[in-house]
Write a protein that binds this ligand. Structure first.
Ligand code: HEC
Ligand code: HEC
Ligand code: HEC
Length: 430
């Protein structure tokens, strides 16, 4: 079967592929409909959610966890979700399971990191998730213990994720649109919910949240580009037919230009093949779905209004040279944005906003420079937030670098204060 070998080749190309190598090759879906029967249905929905992709490490048993996931904040290891009581989720109640996947909250009450795609799974019906749970509980328990998750401070502080959830998590089940067909609604439910397509195809901000205003306009994942899936003609899938899309999802292969180009012989047309992470999605998940569901997904995608990826050109403030701007931005992203966020908007209630902040905008830069050199607060009783402090950069950055990053935050996001020189930093150090 052609699709089979291609998917396998694609898996090899992907390098660190998960279940590609020795696993049963993708059997193209020959079921026309979603299966009935509780456990088979649960297994099917787990396949839509592609739980196995993240919850299986290379050479590990399915669902026993331990796959490292790189995030800007450090490395996360996926947990064991087999029914083991000590190592897996054997002691999760139905409520615990729903709370984890729909709200991103663990039985301990602490939040999960959004590497578990609960911003998508929150859309999934209780009964579909509980069918998945029943299926997982029917598996052999594994007592494998994944390595400890190792995130960079302050992201190792799980409490921080409460702030993240408040800002970026939109909890709630999928609401069908009564003006659309059942097929469209089924597609929307699968794409937005269990399929979590947006977790790769939607760009993220520096806090790691997908940006709803740019939904499905394309994003970088593990160095791969997950393309625009709106019906934009140039960047998106506007030129694909529903059938071509469904075929691509099922086999990882398509000739999307054949029809548009009016090619009499489709074998002349260029072929698109699923690569990298998408090859895994096709192999582990989409190739095993019912044709009716793949068509529904294609119908929904084809109907996404065309949207071009927004231009990422940022404006260089007038008071900064291009070079100071680029260096300032680099220093800011590396040292500051994890806390103060990509547009200086801060993260309540933990980190103050730098945008529109009177300390940052003061004519004299002394307070900004002192904060950078010494950290804050100097008086703990006046702390902005009880758990987190501003680290001292005095021994981490040079005078030049401190001046550059201070000038950057003083001139961006509507801030409007004059640049700072390295001499001013040097003077303050003395
Ligand atoms: C994109 C990767 C990814 C996918 C897909 C994924 N998970 Fe996870 N899952 C994670 C990560 C990472 C964590 C741990 C998050 C943390 O430590 O804060 C997690 C945690 C969990 C937990 C909590 C386990 C515990 O011990 O606290 C459950 C339950 C879970 N996932 C079930 C599922 C199910 C069911 C699916 C499929 C519908 C699924 N996951 C799909 C990455 C994923
Ligand atoms: C783990 C990340 C990931 C997830 C999840 C994911 N994709 Fe992709 N997708 C990619 C990447 C990367 C590519 C580009 C590589 C390629 O062309 O195969 C891609 C390519 C595609 C393409 C080809 C587009 C083109 O213009 O060539 C389609 C269609 C597609 N994905 C649909 C989907 C759908 C539908 C879902 C959800 C069911 C989904 N993807 C989920 C990463 C992902
Ligand atoms: C680990 C998180 C963290 C990092 C990283 C961080 N800050 Fe802060 N920053 C804070 C906190 C918390 C405060 C508030 C301290 C307090 O309680 O007064 C703060 C305060 C400030 C203030 C003073 C604002 C005011 O209203 O008093 C400035 C200016 C500032 N930070 C700039 C920066 C710059 C520039 C960087 C990067 C070089 C940076 N910060 C990196 C957490 C951080």
């Amino acid at each position: 079967m052609r699709s089979r070998s291609l998917t396998l080749t694609a898996c090899l190309l992907a390098g660190a592929s998960l279940a590609c190598a020795d696993d049963e090759p993708a059997a193209a879906a020959d079921t026309a409909d979603v299966p009935e029967g509780r456990l088979v249905y649960g297994q099917y929905m787990a396949t839509v959610g592609d739980c196995v992709a993240c919850h299986t490490r290379p050479d590990g048993e399915p669902f026993e966890g331990g796959l490292p996931i790189e995030t800007p904040f450090g490395t996360l290891y996926t947990p064991n979700i087999t029914p083991s009581k000590g190592y897996g989720i054997g002691s999760f109640s139905d409520e615990d399971f729903l709370h984890a996947l729909q709200d991103g909250i663990a039985p301990s009450g602490l939040p999960y990191y959004p590497a578990l795609p609960y911003p998508s799974y929150t859309k999934v019906k209780d009964d579909d998730l509980l069918a998945i749970k029943d299926y997982l509980m029917s598996l052999e328990p594994s007592d494998y213990q994944p390595p400890e998750t190792d995130l960079r401070w302050p992201f190792s502080v799980r409490d921080l994720m409460f702030g993240w959830q408040e800002l970026y998590l939109d909890r709630g089940r999928f609401e069908p649109d009564p003006t659309r067909s059942d097929e469209w609604n089924r597609g929307a439910y699968l794409v937005e919910g269990l399929g979590h397509c947006g977790s790769c195809h939607t760009p993220r901000n520096l806090a790691g949240a997908t940006e709803p205003s740019k939904a499905m306009t394309g994003a970088i994942v593990d160095g791969w580009y997950a393309p625009n899936l709106t019906s934009d003609l140039d960047e998106g899938i506007g030129r694909w037919s529903v059938d071509e899309l469904a075929t691509f999802l099922r086999t990882g292969l398509a000739k999307p230009d054949a029809e548009a180009a009016g090619n009499a012989d489709p074998s002349d047309a260029p072929t698109t093949a699923a690569l990298g992470p998408m090859a895994e999605v096709v192999h582990d998940s989409l190739s095993k779905l019912a044709l009716s569901d793949l068509r529904a997904i294609a119908v929904y995608l084809k109907d996404l209004p065309p949207r071009e990826a927004p231009s990422h050109e940022a404006k260089v403030p007038e008071v900064l040279s291009e070079q100071d701007y680029v260096q300032g931005r680099e220093l800011y992203v590396k040292n500051c944005s994890a806390c103060h966020q990509d547009h200086g908007q801060g993260l309540q209630p933990y980190f103050p906003a730098l945008r529109g902040n009177p300390v940052v905008n003061a004519e004299e830069p002394n307070d900004v420079l002192k904060t950078l050199l010494l950290g804050a607060p100097t008086d703990p009783t006046e702390a902005f937030s009880p758990h987190v402090v501003m680290p001292s950069f005095g021994s981490v950055l040079t005078d030049e670098q401190i001046a550059t990053v201070a000038s950057y935050i003083r001139a961006n996001w509507g801030n409007d204060a004059p640049p700072v020189t390295a001499d001013a930093v040097k003077a303050l150090r003395e």
